[in-house]
Design a protein around this ligand. Structure first.
Ligand SMILES: Cc1cc2nc3c(=O)[nH]c(=O)nc-3n(C[C@H](O)[C@H](O)[C@H](O)COP(=O)(O)OP(=O)(O)OC[C@H]3O[C@@H](n4cnc5c(N)ncnc54)[C@H](O)[C@@H]3O)c2cc1C
Length: 400
């Protein structure tokens, strides 16, 4: 997709290069491909393999470990383009974990683990697609987690449950968040949580069972309920410091949130593109429906809101290293909030513009609409993004 209206931010040379390469690769996977993956709820293996073959899963792995050594400012371009190519939210979501789960390993894992894992991630031979934080009783309130990892000699013994964990069957490893110290024994609820790498092949049948959760949006990328029953994991698989895992997650949160915002943005852009096309083509009462301002204005409003989200995303991604934590958090939460709202608005306008065909699978806008609704829920709900802004930017009291 190369419409002028999408070229609204200036890209660096490196970003332009990423955009060109990703557009070329995505051109091999058209609408029919993504429609079928959604209809049959099938993971886009061919697409992910093509990206892995070209080294994109190691885009954030430093060059010294065989990766590409890029950063968030390139990742936003990549994810926006995948979504805007027609992949929708499911497109970037199919590789999101594979790219972002290497970040805490780069930052915190010990040298032995890095040298073992990162070159294989960069080559596409090892996939760390799954990240396990959410639990049945710990969603937005993630530090309420109850899953325990108790030290027993040179192993951790894991017991508990996780829910909504994505891409587990399409991953070799899970980055698991678990309590190594019970909540009642720590001073602050953010302490006592650790990050542990689980080799999934070793785990199945040895204390880990998984169950897929049937769902309506982003159907090509599956999410699971996980049950841990005395799963033994080598203690050397601890990533970073015991008890400091939650802080390690917080450290990469803003980057990841900006990239999610870019995924929402690309989804909104493809939805808007389809709405514009149909508004120009479809004739009712002897003229194109797009000539009616009741059809035109919702599309124009969606454009304005997508543009605002895009400016925030790209400006924040370029300045991320220079921003203080709270400032970066403010920009990342504004970006995610605006992008998810704009994606929803664009998808809703595109469905309405299509009339009855708005719900026909062949026009894809119904798929974008289902996905746009999901973006208001994950990885953080819109309310929680606003809570961050209310408390940390506006200085309003915390209610929970
Ligand atoms: C498709 C999908 C994929 C996912 N993938 C992963 C994954 O790979 N790994 C992972 O760990 N998790 C994953 N999640 C989980 C996701 O991060 C959570 O669903 C999300 O954080 C919300 O938690 P919850 O569903 O428990 O909602 P809850 O926390 O139960 O919240 C319910 C509602 O109450 C609102 N609410 C709660 N507290 C407040 C408050 N203080 N102020 C205002 N509103 C409030 C929320 O905004 C929400 O609308 C995924 C979820 C989905 C749907």
């Amino acid at each position: 997709m190369t419409q002028d209206w999408r070229d609204s931010v200036e890209l660096t040379q490196q970003q332009s290069l990423v955009r060109r390469s990703i557009r070329d690769l995505c051109a091999e996977f058209g609408d029919e491909y993504w429609r079928e993956r959604d209809r049959t709820a099938t993971y886009p293996t061919e697409f992910v393999d093509a990206l892995a073959e070209d080294g994109w899963l190691g885009m954030l792995v430093p060059e010294e470990y065989g990766g590409v050594g890029m950063s968030t400012s390139e990742a936003v371009v990549m994810m926006e383009e995948i979504a805007a190519s027609g992949g929708g939210f499911a497109g970037p979501q199919s590789i999101h974990g594979g790219i972002y789960n290497s970040v805490p390993i780069v930052k915190y894992a010990d040298e032995e683990l890095k040298e073992d894992l990162l070159p294989r991630v960069a080559d596409g031979d090892a996939r760390i697609q799954a990240f396990g934080l959410t639990e049945p009783n710990a969603g937005s309130d993630s530090t309420a987690m109850e899953t325990r990892a108790e030290r027993d000699g040179d192993e951790y013994v894991v017991n508990g449950e996780k829910v909504w964990i994505s891409r587990v069957e399409d991953s070799d490893y899970l980055v698991l968040m678990a309590r190594t110290t019970p909540r009642e024994e720590v001073e602050k609820r953010t302490r006592g949580i650790s990050m542990i790498l689980v080799d999934l092949d070793d785990a199945y049948g040895n204390g880990l069972e998984i169950e897929r959760i049937p769902k309506s949006a982003s159907r090509a990328v599956h999410s699971y309920q996980l049950y841990f029953d005395d799963l033994r994991v080598p203690a050397r698989n601890l990533i970073g410091e015991e008890g400091r895992g939650f802080y390690q997650v917080l450290d990469g949160l803003n980057e990841e949130r900006l990239v999610i915002a870019a995924e929402c943005l690309g989804l909104g852009e493809v939805a808007l593109e389809r709405g514009i096309e149909y508004a120009n083509e479809r004739e009712v009462f002897g003229g194109p429906i797009g000539a009616n301002q009741a059809v035109q204005h919702p599309l124009a409003e969606a454009y304005a809101d997508l543009l605002a989200a895009k400016k925030v995303i790209y400006s924040a991604a370029d300045r991320l290293d220079d921003l203080e934590r709270t400032e970066a958090g403010a920009e990342a939460n504004v970006a995610k909030y605006l992008a998810a709202e704009a994606a929803f608005e664009a998808a809703d306008a595109a469905v309405q513009t299509h009339g009855g065909f708005g719900v026909a699978r062949e026009y894809d806008v119904e798929r974008y609409f289902r996905e746009a609704r999901l973006t208001r829920l994950v990885p953080v709900t819109q309310q929680l993004a606003l809570n961050y802004l209310g408390e940390n930017v506006l200085g309003l009291p915390r209610s929970y």
